[in-house]
Ligand binder design. Structure first.
Ligand code: SF4
Length: 674
């Protein structure tokens, strides 16, 4: 890279799961601008993060050399020294306690190739399935729910199909702030005549555009969905032929819905019964209706059941396997779909192939030349509570996970902690060894966006300092462990992925040069799949699964009289590792705040911008008040991005029993004026 040379390189946005294509403009080894590109999912659009969020790449805070903690302080070390220490600790831990005493968190921020190598390191080189990642906190319930009812836990349709939907039903997704380009497309669809239904505890921006807005109480998703289905069944608005031909178990679900009358549901959800009826009619009477959801559905102890309720509704009205319709979980981070696809889960090898199935395990043993463990590994919170050695690649549980006090305690308990990241995060501060990783702009690879599209990530500049691409670090560790890996370029890792992962069977770097390909792409001649289940649902027939409203783990009482819910804002991303170092984004939302309704604020005697103490059963924070009508009386909201006033000191670790996803969306709290 010549210092005076200006260049433009096409790559994929590193922030959310929309997967916008952009051109990074460089001068020498500096990224100096970002321009929108007409990619298949963004069509020339970018949100503020894609446009202005690049300065973290060359930020002076970037980690430039490995660090080893000695006497409580980090000291710079060589790669040789740091990697030798890690490898000796892996061997020592395994020898002393067995392979299951080790665990790893792979990363939705890293490429597919890196996620593939991370699980290969743990499964093949170390011998444990103790691998998990942040999908455990966001869409694990999508994977478990849709795998049960449809056979695959991914967005059934494509982003651009929203433009030609008749009805767009958004439930538990603040799309404007979390998937801004998709929200823009929803608004474009509205201008073309689509109707919008929004169900959410907060009056989000899209609620203003909605034809029907159901401001439901937190934790009542299943009730509202069942109420809509009750009305659809009572009034015979369901698709009889579709149900007959393409589904099973309808009668059981029909029976289960009898008690969910609109009157009863209106009371549970705190909404008007006529609006539930209108929403049910609007959804059922349209030809092409798509459901869009995110963590407002999944981050509950009833997450898996809520996902299955969505699936029931879509199947009932024949909206699965149809263009411009479907069940569409909006995946949060840029590569959370890919991290799941690549086997970053304790039960799944790449392509959701189960670790405990003998023929699958044998297939991978042959491909990798090792024997593999058959027992399902531990999930994130179980790993945190149990292992002796933990390797975290590009995750920051000290801010992103519920009950931070408990997370800190768990991380401090672990004998040896390795963190591989681009900045010294709150989690890295607690590590024994920190490895400096290259950012997305310094490496080649692929990300898979929310619509299952595998797209290229391109090397734009040379690595900052002595940082290395995650795939190179992982390869070096495997080599040092005596399990030699010889990839010269990530494209060779993709060749291996394609050979063992049916959905990625036909994906090569040559084929995804411009447009990307949506999986399933079974072989080199397969064009990829715009929408799923056109001819057949993955599990054969769509399964109706009865689910019931059971509420949240915590309810309000005298001591904790308010409900807290959490989420994101447009200008920040996740734990602010990246956006926190971008001035233009920081100046918009520089600090944490709690949204409080005017009625509640009056009861508490607090005004806008004053400080309050918020306490839950797990912890307490001081935070600035934002008085707003976005939330209803007695419901409050805190964005979880900030270290100061971190919402996750308050959130609940109680988890969905199937997906083990914690209930980040509902905690009972008390609020006092300071
Ligand atoms: Fe990046 Fe998502 Fe914004 Fe697109 S919508 S520019 S992918 S953050």
């Amino acid at each position: 890279f010549r210092e005076w040379e200006t260049k433009s390189t096409l790559t994929t946005c590193p922030y959310c799961g929309v997967g916008c294509q952009l051109e990074l403009i460089t001068k020498g080894n500096q990224v100096v601008d970002s321009k929108p590109y007409k990619g298949p999912s963004n069509n020339g659009l970018l949100c503020v993060k894609g446009k202005f969020g690049y300065p973290f790449i060359n930020h002076p805070d970037r980690l430039k050399t490995p660090l080893i903690k000695k006497n409580g302080k980090f000291e710079e070390a060589s790669w040789e020294e740091a990697l030798n220490l890690i490898v000796s600790k892996i061997k020592e831990t395994k020898e002393k306690y067995g392979a299951n005493a080790l665990g790893g968190f792979t990363s939705a921020r890293c490429t597919n190739e890196e996620n593939y190598l991370f699980q290969k390191l743990f499964r093949a080189a170390i011998g444990t399935n103790n691998i998990d990642h942040c999908a455990r906190l966001c869409h694990a319930s999508t994977v478990s729910g849709l795998a049960t009812t449809l056979g695959s836990g991914a967005m059934t349709n494509s982003i651009n199909e929203v433009l030609d939907s008749d009805v767009i039903f958004i439930i538990g997704s603040n799309t404007t702030e979390n998937h801004p380009v998709i929200a823009t497309k929803m608004k474009q669809a509205k201008k073309k005549g689509a109707k919008i239904i929004v169900a959410d505890p907060r009056k989000i921006e899209l609620a203003d555009k909605a034809d029907i807005f159901l401001q439901i109480k937190p934790g009542t998703n299943i009730a509202v969905l069942n109420g809509m289905m009750n009305y659809i069944i009572e009034n015979e608005l369901y698709d009889k032929d579709y149900i007959e031909e393409r589904t099973e178990n309808f009668e059981e679900v029909k029976e289960s819905l009898i008690e969910y009358t609109p009157e009863k549901v209106a009371e549970i959800c705190g909404v008007n019964k006529d609006d539930i009826i209108k929403a049910a009619r609007m959804y059922a009477e349209s030809d092409k209706a798509g459901i869009y959801y995110a963590m407002g559905i999944t981050q509950h102890i009833t997450g898996t059941n809520s996902v299955m309720a969505i699936s029931n509704l879509a199947l009932m009205c024949g909206n699965v396997g149809k263009e411009n319709a479907g069940v569409n979980p909006l995946r949060g981070q840029n590569n959370v779909q890919g991290a799941c696809d690549m086997g970053g889960l304790p039960s799944d090898l790449p392509g959701y192939q189960k670790v405990f199935k003998e023929e699958i395990a044998e297939k991978f043993e042959k491909a990798w030349g090792v024997s593999l463990p058959r027992e399902v590994g531990m999930t994130m919170s179980e790993i945190l509570d149990s292992v002796k050695m933990l390797y975290i690649m590009g995750e920051n549980p000290m801010l992103s996970d519920p009950d931070i006090n408990h997370v800190k305690h768990s991380l401090e308990r672990i004998d040896f902690l390795v963190v591989q990241d681009i900045f010294l995060t709150e989690t890295a501060e607690l590590a024994d060894v920190v490895l400096p990783a290259a950012s997305f702009a310094e490496k080649d690879g692929t990300f898979t966006n929310t619509e299952r599209r595998v797209q290229r990530v391109r090397k734009v500049i040379e690595s900052i300092g002595d940082s290395k691409a995650d795939w190179q670090i992982l390869m070096e560790i495997m080599n040092k462990l005596g399990y030699p890996q010889k990839y010269r370029h990530p494209s060779e890792i993709m060749e291996e992925i394609a050979s063992v992962t049916p959905q990625y069977g036909g994906i090569t770097y040559d084929r995804i040069e411009t447009e990307g390909i949506q999986w399933p792409c079974l072989d080199k001649d397969h064009p990829g799949t715009k929408y799923l289940y056109k001819d057949a649902i993955a599990r054969g027939k769509g399964l109706f699964f009865p689910v019931y409203h059971t509420g949240s783990a915590e309810t309000t009482d005298k001591e904790y009289p308010y409900i807290l819910t959490t989420g994101r804002v447009l200008y920040q991303y996740h734990t602010r590792t990246m956006t926190g170092r971008v001035e233009k984004l920081n100046e918009k939302v520089p600090e944490s705040y709690i949204e409080i309704n005017e009625v509640t604020a009056n009861k508490l005697g607090v005004k806008d911008s004053e400080k309050v103490k918020v306490t839950s059963r797990r912890g307490s924070i001081d935070i600035k008040v934002k008085v707003t009508d976005i939330v209803e009386d007695n419901v409050m909201f805190i964005p979880f991005h900030f270290a100061e006033g971190a919402a996750n000191y308050l959130t609940n670790t109680k988890a969905d029993s199937a997906a083990k996803i914690p209930e980040l969306k509902v905690a009972a709290v008390n609020v006092e004026k300071i």
